[in-house]
Design a protein around this ligand. Structure first.
Ligand code: FAD
Ligand code: NAG
Length: 522
C-alpha cells in the first residue's frame, strides 16, 4: 500500500494530478512525488490560446455547491470554498515577482458572482427542487434565492442593501426579457466562477513549494509506456518510459490524463470515455462599453439553462459566464457530447480520443448542430450579442464515467502499483483545492465517503451507462457529423435570424467578420 515513503509518479498535471500532488506533498507529507505532462506548463501557464487543450486549461469554470441529492459532492464543493477565498488573499498579498507566470497580485482565482440556474418552464424542475431541499437540510437554504419566491427575493434585496456592490437583484433579472420573464429559477449566492488557467498555474506553484517535482514538455514529460514486471497475480507497474526514451522508476503510478486516460490505459475501456463539450466565445469589442458593463462579473452571474430536464436532448444544456478581463463571453453547450472513435495504435481497439486545435489530427470547428443550438439560445437569451457573432470555438474534452462520478482507485490486476484518478465527467474543476485530500485516502486505503462512489467500475452490458454503452454508432461520433465553418458563426445567413440594420451599420459586425477570418487562418 502507498505510504509517505513511497515513490509516487503522477501522469497529467490537470486538476486531478495537481490536487493529488499537492495533498500528498504538503506539510510533513510525501517526499518523492513527480508529475509528468507533455504540456510545457512552465512556459504556457495553462493558457488555452497557447497550445493547451486539457479540460483544466481553460478560461473559466463554474463553481457551484448545488448538486441535487449528491450530497458528497455538495459537501466537497463547500469545503473547498474557504480555500478558494484564501488563495485569492494569498495572491493579493504576494509580491509580483513571487507569483507564477500568468498571475499578478490583482488576479482573483475565484469570483463570487453567483450562479443563476434558469428553469426550463414556469416551475422549478425536480432536480432544482432537490438542490433546494438538500441545502435546506445542510442549513444553507438561505444562500439560494428562487425567483418566484417573495421571501427569497426580499432576502436578496437585503443582501444588496447590506452590500450594494453585489447587484444580486440585477443578476436575477438578466433573463427577464426571455419568454416574457415567465421562467422560474434560482440564484445561488455562494457560487461563482473560477479562472481556470490561472488556478492551475497557482496550484502548480503551490505543489512546487511543497516539494513536488515536475517533468514537463513534449518529449521529457510525455508518457510513452508504463513499465511492467511479473506475470499473472504478481504483475505490477514499476515505472514509466517517456517519449525521450528515459525510464523513471516508481512504487506507484497515478494516471490522471483527463480525456486521454482511456487511450493511455487500455484497462479503462468500458470505465471511461472521452467526449467533447462544445464551447463558443463571443469577444466584445472595446467600444461596446455598454456590453462590458452589462456582462461584468459584478452585475452578471454564471448561468445554466436546461442543464437537467433538457428541453430536448438535441437542444438542452447550456451554460455561460460573465465577461473576462480580456472581453470574452464564454457559452457552453452540453446537450449532446461528441465522440471521436479511432483505432488504438497499440491494442487495435476502437475508442474515443480527444481531437483539439492542437492534436495532430486537428479539430477546426464544432459540429454544426452545436453551433446552431448555441446560436439559437444566444439569440433568445442575449439578443444584444447577435450582432457580434461567435469569435472562437473549442472542443473541450470530458472524461465521462458510467455514472458521472469520478474514478479514483487502484486499477485491478497490478497489486496496488497502478492507480487512476480521472472521470471528471464535466464537473471536476471546482474541487481543485480539496480533491487530492480524498485521492490520498484512496491511495492509502483509508475508507471515506468517496470510496464507494469512486471505486473502479465498468459499464455493465445491457445497462444504461451515461452514453458509454452507445459506442461509435451513437450518432454523435465526429466522423459522421457535419462540421460548422466560420460562416456559421454569424447570425447573418439567409433564412436564419436576421441582423438588425442598425447593428450592421455601426460596423461592429463587419469588423468582427474580418477578425473571425484572421483568427481562423492564424
Ligand atoms: C467543456 C467543459 C466544461 C466544464 N465545465 C466545468 C465547470 O464549469 N465546473 C467544473 O467544476 N468543472 C467543469 N468541467 C470539468 C473539469 O474541467 C474537469 O473535470 C477537470 O478539468 C479534469 O481534470 P483532469 O486533470 O482529469 O484532466 P485534464 O485537465 O484534461 O488534464 C489531463 C492532463 O494530462 C496530460 N496528458 C495526457 N496524456 C498524457 C501523456 N501521454 N503523457 C503526459 N501527460 C499527458 C494532458 O496534457 C493534461 O494536462 C468542464 C469540462 C469540460 C470539458
Ligand atoms: C503484492 O505486493 C506486496 C508488497 O507490497 C507483496 O508482499 C505481495 O507478495 C505481492 N503480491 C503478489 C501476488 O505478488
Amino acid at each position: 500500500m502507498t505510504t509517505s515513503e513511497s515513490k509516487v509518479v503522477i501522469i497529467g498535471a490537470g486538476v486531478f494530478g495537481l490536487s493529488t500532488a499537492l495533498h500528498l506533498a504538503k506539510g510533513e507529507g510525501y517526499k518523492d512525488v513527480t508529475v509528468f505532462d507533455y504540456q510545457p506548463y512552465q512556459d504556457n501557464a495553462y493558457n488555452p490560446s497557447e497550445g493547451c487543450d486539457g479540460a483544466s486549461a481553460d478560461v473559466n469554470k463554474i463553481y457551484r455547491c448545488t448538486y441535487g441529492d449528491e450530497t458528497e459532492y455538495q459537501d466537497l464543493a463547500f469545503s473547498g470554498r474557504p480555500i478558494w477565498l484564501e488563495w485569492n488573499e494569498q495572491i493579493a498579498k504576494s509580491k509580483p515577482e513571487d507569483l507564477p507566470k500568468g498571475l499578478t497580485p490583482e488576479t482573483k482565482l475565484f469570483v463570487p458572482c453567483g450562479f443563476y440556474r434558469l428553469a426550463v418552464g414556469p416551475q422549478l424542475s425536480a432536480y432544482d427542487q432537490m438542490c433546494l431541499d438538500e441545502l435546506e437540510k445542510a442549513g444553507l437554504r438561505e444562500e439560494l434565492h428562487v425567483k418566484k419566491n417573495a421571501a427569497d427575493m426580499a432576502r436578496l434585496a437585503e443582501k444588496d442593501k447590506a452590500d450594494p456592490s453585489t447587484h444580486w437583484l440585477e443578476k436575477i433579472s438578466v433573463f427577464d426579457n426571455f419568454q416574457g420573464g415567465t421562467l422560474d429559477g434560482f440564484v445561488d449566492t455562494v457560487a461563482g466562477m473560477t479562472y481556470a488557467d490561472k488556478s492551475c498555474a497557482w496550484a502548480r506553484y503551490l505543489c512546487e513549494k511543497a516539494g513536488v517535482k515536475f517533468i514537463l514538455g513534449p518529449e521529457v514529460g510525455k508518457l510513452d509506456d508504463l513499465i511492467y514486471e511479473g506475470e499473472g497475480d504478481s504483475k505490477k507497474v514499476v515505472g514509466l518510459k517517456t517519449a525521450d526514451g528515459k525510464e523513471h522508476k516508481a512504487d506507484v503510478v497515478v494516471v490522471a490524463c483527463g480525456g486521454w486516460t482511456p487511450s493511455v490505459l487500455p484497462d479503462l475501456n468500458g470505465a471511461l470515455e472521452a467526449t467533447a463539450g462544445s464551447v463558443a466565445t463571443i469577444t466584445i469589442p472595446k467600444e461596446r462599453q455598454d456590453l462590458w458593463d452589462k456582462f461584468s462579473p459584478e452585475k452578471f452571474p454564471c448561468w445554466g439553462y436546461g442543464l437537467t430536464g433538457h428541453v430536448s436532448p438535441e437542444y438542452g444544456g447550456f451554460y455561460g459566464f460573465p465577461i473576462t478581463p480580456e472581453g470574452k463571453i464564454k457559452i457552453g453547450y452540453r446537450g449532446r457530447k461528441w465522440t471521436n472513435y479511432q483505432t488504438h495504435p497499440k491494442t487495435g481497439q476502437r475508442l474515443s480520443v480527444p481531437k483539439t486545435k492542437y492534436t495532430p489530427d486537428k479539430a477546426v470547428n464544432l459540429p454544426k448542430k452545436a453551433i446552431v443550438n448555441i446560436k439559437k439560445v444566444v439569440f433568445e437569451l442575449f439578443p444584444e450579442l447577435r450582432g457580434i457573432g461567435i469569435t472562437d470555438t473549442r472542443m473541450c474534452w470530458y472524461t465521462d464515467s458510467v455514472d458521472n462520478s469520478f474514478v479514483i482507485d487502484y486499477v485491478p490486476g497490478y497489486n496496488k502499483t497502478l492507480f487512476v484518478a480521472s472521470g471528471g465527467s464535466g464537473h471536476g474543476f471546482k474541487f481543485l483545492p480539496v480533491l487530492g485530500k480524498h485521492v490520498k485516502n484512496q491511495l492509502e486505503g483509508v475508507q471515506d465517503q468517496f470510496t464507494p462512489l469512486w471505486k473502479f467500475r465498468k459499464a455493465v452490458p445491457g445497462e444504461h451507462a451515461n452514453g458509454l454503452e452507445e459506442g461509435e454508432n451513437s450518432g454523435r461520433n465526429l466522423a459522421s457529423l457535419e462540421l460548422a465553418d466560420v460562416s456559421d458563426w454569424v447570425w447573418a445567413e439567409p433564412g436564419e435570424v436576421k441582423i438588425e440594420e442598425d447593428e450592421k451599420s455601426n460596423g461592429v459586425l463587419n469588423g468582427l467578420v474580418d477578425k473571425v477570418k484572421s483568427l481562423v487562418v492564424s
